[in-house]
Design a protein around this ligand. Structure first.
Ligand code: MF3
Ligand code: CO
Length: 260
């Protein structure tokens, strides 16, 4: 299969992507703030759905290859793509990963974050460190996302932070281009690839999204729902994602929330 071309967006397209990214960032922030023990993951999905509607956009995840939720909600050893369910009640100290993808006026915003439900003191041993390291891995990836560098510079930076901490990098899922569509070229793996990878140029829009497990990086897909990805060894998992624009200088973090 021929490789899809990497889109270089122009200023007016970038303005549209900025607006979609801000909508996604706002929904993620509001949804994170709504998470508390006792709510079901379906409650969270419903809330996120109403926050998405309030932006004037719609969920880009709903219906994507048949995905049934407004957002993805993944708890503890669940890595990504967890579906909100009425029977799944959030407990104090749970690690809750929220992935919000919004389609807004023809463009897509995509971002994700893992938080601790309730008091962080109640989280399992090592949970806070896993969150800190995964978010630092994302920041390192963003710092490496400069014009003239290549995708592998991002991948290496992410991988290095995660492996230095003794964690497992998930390799079965990767970051991606994201502008007019949720998933565009290039792939942005969280581990160094052999050979050459695409050069980063101003106008490229990328989602960098480390998925890091406290144990090994191996994952399995739920046999019932065919969506939920879990760590194979049941270890805790974290996921942080930003959508960024490659510029002449440092990358612009499009999903950095500007207004509350
Ligand atoms: N938003 C996810 C990403 O970061 C993709 C979600 S796919 C879905 O790429 F089908 F689960 F929505
Ligand atoms: Co993404």
């Amino acid at each position: 299969m021929a490789k899809e071309r990497i889109v270089i967006y122009n200023e007016s397209e970038i303005a549209g992507i900025r607006a979609a990214a801000q909508a996604a960032a706002q929904v993620l922030a509001r949804t994170c703030a709504a998470v508390r023990p006792g709510l079901s993951t379906k409650d969270i999905d419903d809330l996120a759905g109403s926050f998405i509607r309030e932006t004037g956009g719609k969920s880009a995840s709903l219906g994507y290859h048949g995905y049934p939720g407004q957002i993805c909600i993944s708890i503890n050893e669940e890595v990504v793509h967890g579906i909100g369910r009425p029977q799944r009640i959030i407990a104090e100290g749970d690690l809750v990963s929220l992935d919000v993808c919004v389609k807004y006026r023809g463009y897509v915003g995509d971002n994700a974050r893992t938080i601790i439900a309730g008091s962080s003191a109640s989280a399992p041993e090592g949970a806070q460190r896993l969150l800190t390291v995964t978010s630092e891995a994302l920041q390192a990836g963003i710092a490496a996302a400069r014009a003239g560098n290549c995708v592998n510079d991002i991948s290496s930076a992410v991988e290095q932070i995660a492996t230095a901490a003794g964690y497992g990098v998930v390799r079965d899922l990767v970051g991606h281009g994201c502008g007019k569509n949720m998933h565009e070229a290039p792939e942005v793996p969280n581990y160094r690839q052999p050979g050459r990878t695409p050069i980063l140029r101003p106008g490229m829009v990328l989602c960098i999204e480390p998925m890091i497990n406290a144990g090994t990086g191996r994952v399995v897909i739920d046999r019932q729902d065919n969506w939920t990805v879990r760590s194979a060894d049941q270890s805790l998992s974290a996921h942080f994602e930003h959508q960024i624009l490659i510029t002449d200088t440092q990358a612009e973090i499009l999903t950095w929330l500007k207004t509350a």
